[in-house]
Design a protein around this ligand. Structure first.
Ligand SMILES: [Zn+2]
Length: 440
């Protein structure tokens, strides 16, 4: 079993007392953290030793909603006139782009986003995938990218009736069964659904049946834009969350994404069923869909996590956007800050506890050795009660120097060790150019 010692670190343990250890060490054996504290260097005969030289050492970040397939959209302008609302954004950009993806595009777009995740210190990613022209087996391709990168992932395929009824059901079912049979917990599965507005009652019923049979939660967009509520009210006579709840989609293992336009009644459904809500502030602002009622959700003790929705892979950036947006929206400089830090550092790991078996997100013995060394030496006191300020006002600008996932070094001193960055970037530029030319 390989072993690794990180010494001379300022360790943000994120344990129950939010302890910060000055000049501490972390000993890792196999995929797990064995000891954290101030013990002598020669206490263990580690295979490798990394000297953090006073830099911050902390758990890898977690992204609870991403779309790896959106990597090739960077710099792309959809043909035709600019989209004027959310429906047009879906129809003129995302639904054309995802239909044009082939197998190699799925693979390289995943690798690109995973590479950026390693660079920004994110070690667990919950992905939501769509590629209708190469649907079957697409989750295996993404799994391969995760394994080559060395990161943890939770995968799903977005079922939607937008192209044909029930499209994607079999891909989810196949991959869920594969994970249940062979899963090593590096890769887990949820059942993916697009959104209530593109899902008819028969499809929802079939998906709910498989979810129940396999004891698997769902990963679905909910009330991202007002149109989702309008379509559900007009076509089905119910709110978005009533439809999901009546179909059996809600529950503690199900992730509802965005929830921008949920009513009090729908928040009560989320809270009453202990369902998860994942907030994506940068994406919400980019699509101009509105402001999620984070404070109301937290007051109802809903588990609110944080994602990037394919916009980027940088989790502190998402947390900063969450806090700034809430503060600005409420005209209240007292709110949003600790809530956003809590979503990033605590709630996302609580979400992972529901969808993975192995605990992560804390520097304590027995936790997964998902650890980063950030190129950050504090210039003001860094302790348990100032930690959130250092994360959101300092660490966000500091490059991650070293990323370790499951005890394996994925990046050391800024150099990627598992992925060939130059080659992946060159191949991706070629593929993206061809993809763009196919989107009409
Ligand atoms: Zn999304």
């Amino acid at each position: 079993m390989s072993s690794l010692l990180i010494k001379n670190g300022r360790i943000l343990t994120l344990n129950q007392s939010n302890e910060v250890i000055d000049c501490g060490s972390v000993y890792i054996e196999g995929a797990l953290i064995k000891e954290v504290g101030t013990f002598p260097d020669d206490q263990y005969a580690a295979d490798r030793t990394i000297d953090a030289q006073g830099r911050v050492v902390m758990p890898g970040f977690i992204n609870t909603h991403h779309h790896l397939y959106s990597s090739f959209a960077r710099g792309f302008a959809a043909p035709g006139k600019p989209a004027g609302n959310f429906k047009e954004i879906l129809e003129s950009l995302w639904w054309k782009l995802d239909r044009a993806l082939n197998e190699k595009d799925v693979y390289y777009s995943a690798l690109l986003a995973l590479m950026e995740s390693i660079r920004s210190g994110c070690t667990t990613i919950v992905d939501h995938h769509a590629s209708p022209s190469c649907r079957d087996g697409s989750l295996d391709i993404i799994e391969q990218a995760f394994r080559e990168a060395g990161l943890n992932g939770c995968l799903c395929y977005e079922v939607s009736d937008r192209n044909r009824p029930g499209e994607g059901i079999e891909e989810n079912a196949r991959f869920i069964h594969k994970c249940l049979k062979y899963g090593d917990d590096q890769i887990a599965a949820l059942f993916g659904l697009h959104a209530a507005m593109t899902l008819g009652p028969e499809t929802l019923e079939r998906c709910a049946g498989i979810g129940k049979e396999t004891a698997t939660g769902f990963h679905v967009h909910a009330a991202e834009d007002l149109i989702d509520e309008e379509v559900c009210a007009g076509k089905f006579g119910k709110t978005v969350m009533d439809r999901f709840h009546d179909a059996g989609i809600t529950g503690p293992n199900s992730i509802f994404v965005h929830g921008v336009h949920l009513s009090d009644h729908e928040l009560d459904i989320l809270g009453g069923t202990h369902s998860i809500l994942v907030h994506n502030p940068e994406s919400n602002m980019n699509n101009a869909v509105g402001v999620t009622r984070i404070l109301d959700m937290l007051e109802r003790e809903i588990l609110v996590g944080l994602g990037t929705d394919g916009m980027a892979s940088h989790m502190i950036s998402s947390a900063r956007a969450a806090y700034l947006l809430q503060r600005h929206f409420h005209h209240d400089p007292r709110v949003g800050f600790l809530e956003a830090a809590g979503m990033l550092l605590k709630n996302n790991r609580a979400i992972c506890q529901r969808i993975f078996r192995e605990p992560r997100g804390e520097m304590s013995p027995g936790y997964l050795a998902d650890v980063i060394v950030a190129d950050y030496i504090p210039t003001t006191p860094l302790q348990s009660n100032t930690l959130a300020g250092h994360v959101l006002f300092g660490l966000n600008y500091a490059p991650v120097r070293t990323t370790i996932c499951r005890g394996k070094l994925l990046m050391e001193d800024g150099k990627l060790l598992t992925l060939n960055e130059e080659e992946i970037c060159a191949r991706s530029r070629e593929r993206a150019e061809k993809l763009w030319s196919r989107v009409k």
